[in-house]
Design a protein around this ligand. Structure first.
Ligand code: AHR
Length: 505
């Protein structure tokens, strides 16, 4: 008998996974290519404010709904001297950035970054250099940022125009230290010890900090698993989060597997939870570590060209242009993060502007939204509240990488605003997917809405010439009858279905 073509979702208000942490909608600004220079910072641009920040980009960042931003790297941080980026701008040194083979002018540094986070309403997540540097410099940076006054470093911040402490709460202990490409790459034992001792000093300087240890820079790393166990054997008691990084390259696999990339993210998260909880048992600890998925995205990595031996300033690097299919996959990755909101409590879409980013700019010209902007913005806006544990049945398709994969990928959030939002992806590029949502104890109190991101051409993109070629569109409102919602998800689509609920919920 052929499998039924209809997918079903069964909801129950009592079955919840947990509350979404707003930090799940973080992003990432690295000194890389044009993310900073001519991205968010371009003195002299017609839309720049007095600080050189592009107000057109700030408006798009607010619309995107980003809550937090990681800085200044990335690979960049592992050879960075934070002192280069403070004090009078015209006295700052120009340096080689070995990570991306560019010249760093240091025109943008800590003070400018803080001005940016305040203008954009973002919580900063700062990374310290544990590649070429160590415990002392991390402590110094924290003292400069967070100590009120009365020491050389805190008073220096005052002399640089910031008498009030920056109060930075979130700190990454290095970046991707498991990666052989990383400046100052370390073994798990070397890094675990350094992370633990850096964390101990940082907590002495400011006990309010939340610390993130580097996990693996991908689930495919040969050291994955051993890295986590060894690092946590040294640092479990000292840190609050373990990081995960994942990028999905559309060119590196067949289409069916690419559309199912969330299968890899799902497995990665559950494996890292298991590794953290095994370390917890070994430490006889009552503390449960959170996961910080502090770099994730789609990245056409195989199209990247190696540096040509030059040292340019703010070159066009990693400026991927995202398709409709990429936006659908990105939506599916967001669904995965939400489904694990009880353990993944911080995440950063890497990156924010120009570099594998949802926002693009032209120097001296406009800023626009990539296709991937839209699912992120909708999730950041509507996925606030309790994530529900769903029971899903779905037809499947066969993939070379992940075997049988459901065509439907979905989650639902019972919002603080009294609205239930279902986020759903149809992975089928060829056909609509009929969907029935069984509302369980939920009662709707108003018209249901259905927003869709899809296109007859799944390779369609947004460009400077045609910035709104791809945007979400509203479908006719689906009907609710006898506690069931029935609708069809268009081929290869990201769907946001909103159901206002009666006050009883
Ligand atoms: O986001 C681009 C790069 O990807 C980051 O610098 C690095 O941490 C990762 O490998």
């Amino acid at each position: 008998m052929p499998a039924p073509r209809t997918a079903e979702i069964f909801l129950d208000p009592h079955f919840t996974t947990g509350e979404v942490d707003p930090l799940l909608f973080g992003s990432f600004v690295e000194h890389l290519g044009r993310c900073v220079y001519t991205g968010l910072f371009e003195p002299g641009h017609p839309a720049a404010d007095a600080a050189g920040l592009r107000t057109d980009v700030l408006a798009l960042i607010r619309e995107l709904g980003v809550t937090m931003v990681r800085y200044p790297g990335g690979n960049f941080v592992s050879a960075y001297r934070w002192e280069d980026g403070v004090g009078p701008a015209d006295l700052r040194p120009r340096r080689l950035d070995p990570a991306w083979r560019t010249i760093e002018t240091n025109r943008f540094g800590l003070g400018e970054f803080t001005a940016f986070t305040r203008a954009a309403g973002l919580e900063p997540m700062m990374a310290v250099n544990l590649g070429t540097r160590g415990i002392t410099e991390a402590g110094d940076l924290l003292e400069y940022c967070n100590h009120p006054s009365g020491t050389t470093l805190s008073d220096l911040r005052g002399a640089h125009g910031a008498p009030e402490p920056y109060g930075i709460r979130l700190w990454c202990l290095g970046n991707e230290m498991d990666g052989p490409w990383q400046v100052g790459h370390k073994t798990a034992d070397e890094y675990g010890r350094l992370a633990a001792e850096t964390a101990r000093l940082m907590r002495m300087v400011d006990p309010s900090v939340r610390l993130i240890a580097c996990g693996s820079s991908g689930s495919g790393m040969p050291t994955f698993g051993d890295w986590e166990s060894t690092v946590l054997s040294h640092a479990y008691d000292q840190v609050d989060y373990l990081s995960l990084h994942a990028y999905y390259d559309p060119d590196a696999t067949d289409q069916g597997s690419y559309l199912a990339s969330a299968q890899d993210m799902e497995r990665f998260i559950t494996d890292v939870i298991a590794l953290c909880d095994a370390a917890r048992a070994r430490h006889r600890s009552t503390k449960r570590l959170s996961l910080a998925f502090d770099e994730w995205n789609i990245w056409y990595m195989s199209r990247q060209r190696p540096g040509q031996g030059e040292w340019p300033r703010a070159p066009r690097l990693l400026e991927d242009v995202y398709t409709v299919a990429d936006a659908v996959v990105l939506g599916s990755l967001l669904i995965t993060l939400l489904r694990h909101c009880d353990r993944v409590t911080a995440a950063c879409l890497a990156q924010l502007v120009n570099v594998i980013a949802p926002i693009m700019t032209e120097p001296g010209g406009p800023a626009w939204r990539q296709t991937t902007f839209h699912p992120f913005a909708q999730a950041a806006r509507y996925a606030r509240g309790q994530v529900l544990r769903l029971h899903i049945t779905s037809p499947t398709y066969e993939t070379p990488k992940y075997g049988d994969v459901p065509l439907l990928h979905a989650t639902a959030v019972h919002g603080e605003d009294g609205v239930l939002t279902v986020f759903a992806v149809n992975r089928d590029p060829a056909a609509s997917l009929p969907l029935t949502v069984h509302l369980g104890g939920f009662r709707t109190a108003g018209p249901v809405s259905h927003s869709v991101l899809a296109d007859a051409d799944p390779t369609a993109v947004n460009t400077m010439a045609e910035p709104d070629r791809v945007t979400p569109r509203d479908e006719p409102a689906p009907a609710v009858e006898k506690g069931r919602l029935t609708l069809a998800l268009p081929p290869l689509s990201w769907n946001v279905i909103r159901l206002p609920l009666t006050a009883a919920h």
